[in-house]
Design a protein around this ligand. Structure first.
Ligand SMILES: CC(C)(COP(=O)(O)OP(=O)(O)OC[C@H]1O[C@@H](n2cnc3c(N)ncnc32)[C@H](O)[C@@H]1OP(=O)(O)O)[C@@H](O)C(=O)NCCC(=O)NCCS
Length: 212
């Protein structure tokens, strides 16, 4: 995926080494959270997501990944206090991804699998249903692509699914792997469909930080 220079992106996959390394960079608070998760899958995805975030930010801030200041806001999003960076992470199965930018940013990684057709009505505004004809992909891929694009924006906005995906409108260029997403503000996105996953990263269009 080709992304603008103001964005740094990392993808990680679960391997025995990766998990051990991931656990070794967590802060004390993160370790406490980790042992509190009942599900092994949640423990793994949490560790991989934080590992990705700490690795990226350690390099951007030229510090040890363990020393990266990372806090959870009340809305669930992640803050990097005292730095100019915005951060978003996503995990899906054995994979996780993180992106940082000085612009508001959101990332979503989704596994492509069979989903009910009724999801279109949850994701798309009635005015957008024509996307189903225009975007030349099988139904399961369409659903996941539309979902990932909108969820990455809802994460950049920090509302998550407290805000309906239908509040956003998509314009998609499948060949370029790019999209414009509008709501109260306009967002740009790049996406890729690879290894049965969709990865989408969105940022606030026309923001000063994005043009630096
Ligand atoms: C944010 C949200 C869309 C993520 O959904 P998801 O597909 O399950 O998860 P992803 O792997 O893509 O992303 C998870 C990461 O998003 C981040 N996140 C959580 N809440 C967030 C928010 N409001 N805004 C931006 N990012 C958020 C976290 O870093 C989380 O990872 P972590 O818990 O390991 O730290 C979803 O959790 C949500 O809508 N939350 C807010 C509303 C809510 O709590 N609803 C209950 C379920 S509908």
């Amino acid at each position: 995926m080709t992304i603008p220079d103001h964005i740094r992106l990392i993808q990680v996959q679960r391997t025995p080494d990766a998990l051990e390394e991931a656990s070794s960079v967590l802060s004390g608070i993160e370790r406490e959270r980790l042992v509190g998760f009942r599900s092994v899958a949640r423990r793994e995805s949490f560790a991989l997501g934080r590992h990705a975030a700490r690795t990226l930010l350690g390099s951007a801030l030229a510090c040890d990944p363990r020393e990266v200041p990372l806090e959870v806001r009340e809305d669930g999003s992640l803050d990097v206090p005292g730095t100019p960076w915005n951060l978003s992470i996503s995990h899906s199965g054995v994979r996780a991804a993180a992106a940082i930018s000085r612009a508001e940013i959101g990332i979503d990684l989704e596994h492509i699998r069979v989903r009910p057709e009724s999801l279109f009505r949850f994701i798309l505004h009635p005015d957008e249903m024509e996307l189903r004809e225009r975007v030349d992909l099988p139904m399961d891929r369409q659903i996941v692509l539309f979902w990932a694009l909108k969820e990455s924006v809802l994460k950049a906005k920090r509302t998550g699914l407290r805000r309906s995906p239908k509040s956003l409108r998509l314009e998609i260029d499948l060949d370029q792997g790019s999209a414009l997403i509008s709501g109260e503000r306009r967002w740009e996105a790049r996406f890729e469909i690879r290894d049965e996953h969709v990865l989408s990263v969105s940022w606030l269009a026309d923001s000063e930080s994005a043009s630096e």
